[in-house]
Every structure is written in structure tokens, then in C-alpha cells.
Design a protein around this ligand. Structure first.
Ligand code: MG
Length: 175
């Protein structure tokens, strides 16, 4: 088993779309960033990479690289999924907390949960989406995301070993 933790923050900016967990939310301001500013997907990406000690989001997608300008953050998540698969792990569950003054996340939490579950290829009941307002933190102009993930060894891994052993014993028999 592996545990991973990720954190991210982005500043609100007027006139750009607000995307959280791959869902466009109706709001007058969006999250500024080099990519689409999806604070939740960035934190999940870092949590996944951290769980297999495979660096962080910036080591794969440098923020000064023009290729990632306005990028859909699902691309970043896809790279992290590739890295955990390469390390022989799959996701058990993901838990997250969003901290933002507005908009209220509650009415959209179900849609965000569904979107994140689809992007990660795991069931909805393995994705926790929680939200709080930044009481006394003075971060009303930002959205913050904290994410914890638990990875387990890929179920196919043991099967692969067994297949290998079987073919070895077969060739031994043949020889
Ligand atoms: Mg970010």
C-alpha cells in the first residue's frame, strides 16, 4: 500500500471559466493559471505522483512551457495515472477538501465526484469531495485543494507472476 498527499492553490480572476474536478461551474470568476487552473485535479495529480515517489506535476509539465498553456488538466492526471500503473499500483480511494469562499461547492459536489471518478477510472464511492470556507485565513481570493490518496498493488500483478512461473515450469517440463 502507498499513501499520497497533494496540495494546490490558484487565485480567482474575473472573466475566465471556473473548472474544478473537470467540471465547469457557473461563477463570474475562474482560477488563473498557466493551464485551465483546475486546483483539484492538480492536487490529485501531485498526490498520485507523491504516492509512488515519481516527482511532482511541475517536473512533467513545467509551468513556463507554452505547450501547456490553457491545457486541460485531465492531461496531467493522465500522466500521473501512467506513473502509478508503471510502479505497479492502482487507486483504492481518493479524499479531498476544497477551501474557497465562493461559489458554494455543495450543490456541485455530486457532479465533481462523478467527473473525478470517471477521470480516475474508479467508483464514485471511492472519491471524497468535501468543501469548507476559509474562515479567518484571509484567502477569499483563492481556491485551495488538499488531497490524500491510497494506492494498492495492482490486482493483475500477482497474476502476471503466476503466468510467468507457469510458463517457466512448462519449459522445464519440455526441457
Ligand atoms: Mg496548480
Amino acid at each position: 500500500m502507498r499513501i499520497g498527499y497533494g496540495w494546490d492553490s490558484h487565485e480567482f480572476k474575473a472573466g475566465i471559466p471556473l473548472v474544478i474536478g473537470g467540471v465547469k461551474l457557473p461563477h463570474g470568476k475562474g482560477l488563473a493559471g498557466h493551464s485551465d487552473g483546475d486546483v483539484l485535479l492538480h492536487a490529485i495529480t501531485d498526490a498520485l505522483l507523491g504516492a509512488v515517489a515519481a516527482g511532482d506535476i511541475g517536473s512533467y509539465f513545467p509551468p513556463n512551457d507554452p505547450e501547456w498553456k490553457g491545457a486541460n488538466s485531465a492531461v496531467f492526471l493522465g500522466e500521473a495515472l501512467k506513473q502509478i500503473a508503471k510502479a505497479g499500483y492502482e487507486i483504492s480511494n481518493v479524499d479531498s477538501t476544497l477551501i474557497l469562499e465562493s461559489p458554494k461547492i455543495g450543490p456541485h459536489a455530486g457532479e465533481i465526484q462523478k467527473s473525478v471518478a470517471r477521470l480516475l477510472g474508479i467508483p464514485c464511492n471511492a472519491v471524497g469531495i468535501k468543501a469548507k470556507t476559509p474562515e479567518g485565513m484571509g484567502t477569499d481570493d483563492a481556491a485551495i485543494a488538499h488531497v490524500a490518496v491510497l494506492l494498492v498493488k495492482k490486482s493483475g500483478t500477482r497474476m502476471a507472476h503466476r503466468t510467468k512461473r507457469t510458463s517457466k515450469s512448462k519449459s522445464r517440463r519440455r526441457g
